[in-house]
Design a binder for this molecule. Structure first.
Ligand code: GDP
Ligand code: IMO
Ligand code: MG
Length: 419
């Protein structure tokens, strides 16, 4: 059986959580392969809203297995908070959520280091979510990290050693802190984690596949935040691209089936870093207001702009996208005209590929498209699409070279049209 991957093609918050939930009935297993509590995946159904950070978005559909893979970084305190709030809302987790023993732990001192490094960078800060993501992945790669499996044996000793190492770094960074309350919560989170099935998830997933079960991998962040291919250094610290599903779960590349690339009908970014199509005018403010573009993790206002087809073509190439998913179409319902960036002008030259450096002198070249000026939120099927909306879809499919298989017309699970 093949593994399908769903991932963001922009700078995150494309609506991954919503669509993973919509697609879950077609799969047996839903797995997260990278990122951590920097993610905020929103699901709305039956008048309830949930924001998931580390738990896969397949968790609400009873008979599905959900896996937190080895490529994820997990903060036990934040995980306990998230899991307990779901349990309090009547959702059973322990029989359906498995966690890889190879998943790396985010320590309270990782969060402090995240803040200290940002402070040290000053005006050059990344604008991280402050969840300790960068420092936790740094320790993983530098072979100092602690993994979920470590909590099962001599944990106190290992924790004390890494904490002492971090305290020296914090002292060198001249960062003052008080750890007591956070550490208490975190240790309670470690105890809570032991109540879950801690597994060798690479074996489990491959066995599922060998037995004909289907797997959907849920990406976090987006391709333009990938540590290798994103707008470095304004990126996250993991591989958000399709290849990350292989390393983050132990799946062979030949097992990958469909790659669902998800994008908004416009574009947003939260945090610092270049964004060629960013709008600094009333139109940008209007998109922000109509799209409710405020971060689901930090509450920060998301920067808004027009869709960037140069960047999308790049993301499609890197990921081998086989099907596109367009989100938040309804946000553009009232616009007379919509713009799409089809190329960049750099130093007077027209460029149609995503270059090494998109900072500074990159000027978007736009095509204008007639808006559909129709309330799309009530549309139930493709036959009801206005002519201008169909024209926008055809334009995008031609520019991007991949079919748009799903269109989302509102935040609710029901407001989804599969073509
Ligand atoms: P994710 O991180 O990719 O899962 O996306 P987020 O949940 O951070 O952000 C997407 C936001 O858009 C959430 O508030 C969703 O409820 C909302 N949303 C998703 N799809 C649609 C849509 O088609 N239309 C509108 N108006 N909102 C949507
Ligand atoms: P989801 O999964 C949008 C951004 C941060 C910052 C940069 C690095 O909900 O799409 P980090 O804390 O990861 O070190 O921050 O990445 N960022 C996100 N932006 N959506 C996310 O996740 C993000 N996760 C991280 O704002 O610019
Ligand atoms: Mg999000």
């Amino acid at each position: 059986m093949k593994v399908d991957v769903l991932l963001g093609l922009q700078w995150g918050d494309e609506g991954k959580g919503k669509v993973v939930d919509v697609l879950t009935p077609k799969y047996d297993v839903i797995a997260r392969f990278q990122g951590g509590p920097n993610a905020g995946h929103t699901l709305i159904f039956e008048d309830q809203k949930y924001v998931l950070r580390s738990i896969p978005s397949g968790i609400f559909q009873g008979d599905k297995v959900n896996i937190i893979g080895n490529g994820v970084v997990l903060d036990p305190a934040r995980f306990m908070e998230e899991a307990k709030s779901l349990e309090a809302a009547g959702h059973e987790l322990k029989d359906r959520l498995y966690i890889s023993k190879k998943t790396h732990l985010i320590l309270p001192t990782h969060r402090l280091l995240d803040a200290a490094y940002e402070q040290q960078k000053g005006d050059d800060k990344v604008g991280t979510t402050g969840r300790g993501i960068g420092p936790a992945y740094t320790d993983k790669v530098s072979r100092n990290g602690l993994r979920v499996g470590d909590i099962l044996c001599n944990f106190e000793e290992k924790y004390a050693k890494l904490k002492a190492h971090h305290e020296v770094l914090l002292q060198n960074l001249d960062y003052s802190y008080d750890l007591d309350k956070e550490e208490k919560e975190w240790l309670a989170g470690i105890a809570y984690l032991k109540e879950f099935n801690l597994i060798d998830s690479e074996h489990t997933i491959n066995q599922y596949l060998d037995n004909g079960k289907s797997v959907l991998c849920e990406g976090a962040q987006g391709t333009l935040l990938d540590v290798d291919f994103g707008s470095y250094p304004y990126v996250t610290s993991s591989n958000t691209v399709c290849a990350g599903a292989c390393t983050g779960l132990g799946i062979a590349p030949k097992r990958i089936g469909d790659v669902f690339g998800i994008f908004k009908a416009y574009c947003t970014r939260v945090g610092e870093g270049p964004f060629p199509t960013e709008l600094f005018d009333n139109t940008g403010d209007l998109i922000c207001e109509l799209g409710g573009e405020f971060g689901s993790v930090t509450g920060r206002k998301r920067r808004c702009g027009w869709i960037d087809l140069v960047a999308l073509r790049y993301s499609i190439m890197i990921n081998g996208v086989t099907k596109l998913i367009m989100m938040k179409s309804d946000v553009l319902d009232t616009f007379e005209t919509i713009k799409a960036c089809v190329a960049y002008k750099i130093d007077g030259e027209e460029v149609d590929y995503f270059p090494y450096d998109i900072e500074g002198n990159v000027e978007p070249i736009y095509t204008e498209i007639t808006g559909w000026q129709t309330d799309m939120t009530k549309v139930k099927s493709e036959d009801e699409f206005p002519e201008e909306f169909n024209a926008y879809l055809s334009f995008l499919e031609e520019e991007l070279g991949v079919d748009i298989a799903i269109v989302s017309v509102g935040p609710d699970r029901e407001q989804t049209i599969v073509r």
